[in-house]
Each structure stands twice: as structure tokens, then as C-alpha cells.
Unconditional design. Sequence first.
Length: 336
Amino acid sequence: MNKKLISVIVPCYCEEEALPYYWEEASRTADSMDYVDFEFLFIDDGSKDGTVNVLRRLAAADSRVRYISFSRNFGKEAAMYAGLKNAKGDYAVIMDADLQDPPSLLPEMLRFVEEEGYDCSATRRVTRKGEPPVRSLFARMFYRIMRRISKTDIVDGARDYRLMSRKMVDAILEVGEYNRFSKGIFGWVGFKTKWIEYENVERVSGETKWSFWKLLAYSIDGIVAFSTAPLLISSVTGILFCMISFIAIVVIIVRQLIWGGSAYGWPSMVCIVLMLSGIQLFAIGILGQYLSKTYLEVKKRPIYIVKETELDNPETSAVKSEGGGASNVISSPEAG
């Protein structure tokens, strides 16, 4: 009986320091799960350090390892899409290289899908220990807002770390949009999902690539991609202020007829003009966000561009053709 194949997709951006620790832990977990086969598909998202060199050494020493290196940094969303598109397994797992997604959860995740009829085993953090308080506050606010304005199920604390069946992977790949927000796409495609809770784990090495402003921009992308509520808010706001302005005009006319001279006062007029102008610019900004996303979709640019894969490396190609076995090939970024 042929074993099922699990494709482990690992987006990497400047993870030269973390990869040796990740590979040690992930390969140990894979070796313990001898009832399934594994392939590890690393996606180098245009790293500026020696990440791709580490991946070359891994792929040259272990036939289970594949990698795709982008021509530049296209973002984690593009890396996850590339991994899913090139995964060969019966199941696909998305996992970060910094060990904030514990590989030790894989046996439990697989059990839920194979034995309990779930299409996906997903993880969510129940604590945000180690994160800056401001970042945690805004993250919780984002999930709270998304639950109110979007019909898509986006769970608070949800990670990209999840094991999915081939049917679910194929459904996600059908969503070929350029502006991707995978947390929303995972919920939008549906399928039966088992949520596994765990406490936050700090990075094993290196620093996070997600600054506050990058996370803010990412959250705006998510809101624009999976809700039209901001458009409705701008429309309702416009109608409301039109009504307020009409009422204010009537009041001013009445006061002028009764008391006289009450219509004067440029400071109050300036305040009103500035307020209404701010509301107009706010509404135009919302429209601009949707228009810009539409513009990028219409251009039909590729989501990512491949610069190199393991097949471009002669040493790796030889290992693939000979079916080389597993090996713990690196103990530090300078090894090899």
C-alpha cells in the first residue's frame, strides 16, 4: 500500500539563522511519522542573506527537499501560493521557518484529517505572549472588525499553519487573484476545519519581518479584499453630513430672520469646511483602495517570478535522480 504524501510548504525571507534549527526539528518529526512520506518545499522570497545557500545544501543532501527562489521579494502571500501550486502531496501544510509553528503538532493535525473526517486542521494562538502590547491590541481589533463587516469566517489568533486536504488546496488555487489575503481565502473556500489551540511560541532566531506598518497595510488589504462595508460606510457618512448641512442651513436662515447678523463668523465656517473636506477625502481614500486593487487585478501580472529551483543545481539534480535519503546536513548557517 502506497503511503500518503505530505507537502510541507515553508515560506522563507532572510531566515538563514533560523533554518538549521527548523530543519533539525522538522526532519525529526518527519522521521517519527514513518507511516507517511514527506516533501519539504521551501520558498525563498527574494532573501537578501544566505537563505538560498542553505536551501541548496539541504536539497543537495536530502531528496525530500525542494526549493523555489523568487527573483525578488514578492511577499509571504505569493510564497504561500507558489508553495500550494507546486505541492505534489495528498496533503499540504503551510509552516513558518522560525519555529513559531511547532512541527510537533503535525501528527495530531494529520489524525484529525485522516481519522475524524476534517478537510483541514488549522492552528490558532490563544495567547500573544512576547508581542508588543500595541501590536496585540491592534491585532485583536482587526479580527473583531472583520467578524462584524465580513461574511468570511476569520478566527481570532489564526495562524497560516494548517494541514489541508488536496481538495481544499485545489479550491484555494482556483482563487487566482493577485491581491491575496490567505486567512480570508481559507475561510471563504469553506470545508470542515478543526481548530487546534496552542500558546504563542517566540522565534527561535532572527527578528520578525512584520513591522507595525506592514501589519497595518496587510490588515487594510484583508478588509478591502473580503468586505464592501467601507464603501457603505462612506456612502452613509456622505448622506448623513448632507442632511446635517441642510439642517444647519435652515437653522442659520431662521436665526438670521429672527435675530439678524447670526450668519456671520468665518472661524466657524472654516471649521465646517475643513470637517466636510476631511470626510470627502476619507471617502475618496476608501474608493481609491478598491480602485487600486481592481487596477492591479486587471493588469494580470504574475503573482511571483521564479529565479531558481533545486533542479537548476547540478548537485541537487543528482540527488533527485539517485533518490538520496534523509540527512541532517546543517548545524549552523556557515556549515557546508
